[in-house]
Design a protein around this ligand. Structure first.
Ligand code: SF4
Length: 220
């Protein structure tokens, strides 16, 4: 299966999808969070543009920032925060560089490691993109968390790769149908940035009229 470029979905959406497929659909299909999300994305990209000028080369290490990547098999495109290239006999050749280099993606996250696999899946999707673009195989990458100030290595094993593939397929199926999954309240809802738009409280055996009345009271 190979997707057409015009059908590519945002790679970073896989982390939303892994957290909650409804959240992903609200953001990426219904554009409910459009303004906030795109503003934040814009700022991030702006920052990344500056970072892109800060590529580094130190001996056996080459660091590229904000590297655009895509995968026809996943039908996803996006950017890697950082891709390190380590000089290694198992690596690939790079234009204008002597020797062989092994790519190693690193994704920066503001918080701390999460109880779910959303960040690992995003990083693995980046690795699959790099593999397809550079014709190589990448076994590991890292997540760097701002709160712990530590790198957490992530092995791109068969099971993680399969989950990425299955999620990307499901995202495309939902996108083609324009399907937004129904609300299924869960633990993560309280931390969800879309909870006010998604209204999970409506499912908790409260009538819409009661919920609306309570909201109006809160705002009075
Ligand atoms: S509030 Fe809950 S169900 Fe709604 S989008 Fe967020 S996580 Fe998903």
């Amino acid at each position: 299966m190979s997707y057409r470029e015009e059908d590519y979905l945002q790679l970073s959406g896989i982390q939303h999808f892994a957290f909650c497929s409804r959240q992903w659909a609200l953001i990426h299909l219904e554009h409910l969070w459009l303004e906030n999300y795109q503003t934040a994305q814009g700022q991030l990209l702006h920052q990344r543009c500056h970072d892109a000028n800060q590529d580094e080369s130190r001996g056996d290490l080459l660091i590229l920032r904000d590297l655009r990547v895509s995968s026809p098999t996943l039908g996803l495109s996006g950017a890697c925060d950082v891709v390190e290239f380590h000089r290694n006999s198992q690596g690939i050749s790079l234009q204008g560089r002597k020797g062989l280099w092994l790519p190693y993606p690193v994704e920066y996250k503001r918080g701390k490691p999460k109880p779910h696999q959303a960040d690992e899946l995003q990083l693995c999707a980046q690795a699959i993109c790099l593999e397809e673009m550079l014709c190589c195989s990448i076994e590991e990458g890292s997540l760097f968390y701002g709160e712990t100030r530590r790198r957490q290595p992530v092995a791109f094993d068969a099971s993680l790769r399969q989950t990425v593939q299955e999620m990307a397929t499901q995202m495309h199926q939902y996108a083609q149908r324009g399907y937004t999954p129904k609300v299924k309240p869960k633990k993560g809802c309280s931390a969800c940035s879309l909870k006010d738009l998604c209204l999970p409280v409506l499912c908790k055996k409260r009538s819409a009229a009661k919920w609306t009345a309570e909201k109006l009271e809160e705002e009075a």
